[in-house]
Design a protein. Structure first.
Length: 343
């Protein structure tokens, strides 16, 4: 089974080809990715209309690139998968439209995939794949959730952010510090030169006995402290960046460990763009060793949005007998879509 995956939910156009047998971990044959970071930098964030137009320009050349790299013909594709949601409506429609048109031309089925399910399953393409069941920390620019995962399509929400996601806290704090877009990586880079204990920043909901998150108050605290400083020195900016990162890592680690304790599981999967953060990985690895647990991550190249995770999710759904493909020529997108409702 050769599955072509197309990801276009936000500001990355990703295409990949995955091969899967009836059993065993699907294999990534080739992938290609185009990031729109340079285009959106001038605006300080993603401009949805520009994102959609760029997906239109990129998706077919990337598809040709992937097929060439995999030495695969169009006729060898058995299933075309695309990101159905959540994401930007216009951007999602580009990927969905191309996927359905291609499938119609080839007389092949299509499958709409949940974006977060792709992230959640992406560590199965790593050198150290997890095994079910596990707790998943989905942490990105738009989502921060803890899920119990008992198998493909068997997801139970344990906790989520009630306001800003962790990635938004990184990006908004970076903007307050005068850093460019995307802010998260820039803040993490600046944090390496700072003292994480220099500023006493809040850890919202840290001691609450639930698994929910809140990061809006952290961003507000950063704004207040920077306003008091007036014109912070380079050292103070680095200290603030380190303090912000430490506060976010503290909360993510504490809640993840609490989720492991509450569920009795000993395996944690971390996925999404923030999952690439070096400080977060180091802290989670150390805390997991302390309690005899394991942490699994996607390869760094698969932490960002990508086509490989979409093709993989479709392949694993097919293996599990859950690949309910759509009627010929029919498709829709779901800009808002609860992962816990996916089965």
């Amino acid at each position: 089974m050769n599955i072509l995956g197309i990801e276009s939910s936000c500001d990355e156009t990703g295409v990949a080809l995955v091969s899967a047998a009836a059993e065993g971990v699907p294999q990534l044959r080739a992938q290609a990715l185009h990031s729109q970071v340079d285009m959106h930098q001038a605006y300080g964030g993603v401009v949805p209309e520009l994102a959609s137009r760029d997906h239109i320009r990129r998706v077919l050349p990337l598809t040709r690139q992937v097929l060439d790299a995999a030495a695969c013909r169009l006729q060898d594709i058995d299933l075309v998968a695309y990101t159905r949601g959540p994401g930007l409506a216009g951007a999602l429609l580009v990927g969905a439209g191309v996927a359905v048109a291609l499938a119609e031309a080839l007389q092949r089925p299509t499958l709409g995939v949940h974006h977060l399910e792709g992230h959640l399953l992406s560590p199965f393409l790593s050198a150290d794949p997890p095994a079910f069941p596990f707790v998943a920390l989905l942490v990105s620019g738009g989502h921060t959730q803890l899920m119990r995962v008992d198998g493909v399509g068997r997801y139970a929400l344990l906790g989520e952010t009630i306001d800003d996601a962790a990635g938004e806290a990184f990006d908004k704090s970076a903007k307050l510090l005068g850093l460019g877009y995307p802010g998260g990586p820039a803040l993490s880079a600046l944090a390496r030169a700072g003292d994480p204990g220099a500023f006493d920043l809040p850890r919202p909901l840290l001691h609450k006995p639930n698994l929910d998150f809140s990061f809006a108050g952290l961003k507000t605290a950063v704004a207040v402290r920077l306003a008091k400083l007036g014109e912070p020195s380079d050292a103070q900016r680095a200290d603030m960046a380190a303090s912000v990162q430490q506060a976010i890592v503290d909360v993510l680690c504490a809640k993840s460990l609490r989720a492991l304790k509450d569920t009795g599981l000993k395996r944690l999967v971390v996925a999404g763009g923030v999952g690439a953060n070096v400080s977060l990985r180091a802290r989670l690895d150390a805390e997991a060793r302390r309690i005899g647990a394991r942490v699994h991550y996607p390869e760094p190249a698969l932490c960002t949005d990508n086509g490989a995770m979409i093709a993989l999710a479709a392949a694993m759904r097919w293996q599990a007998g859950l690949a309910a493909t759509q009627a010929a020529g029919a498709f829709d997108v779901r800009p808002r879509w609860d992962l816990a409702a996916v089965s």
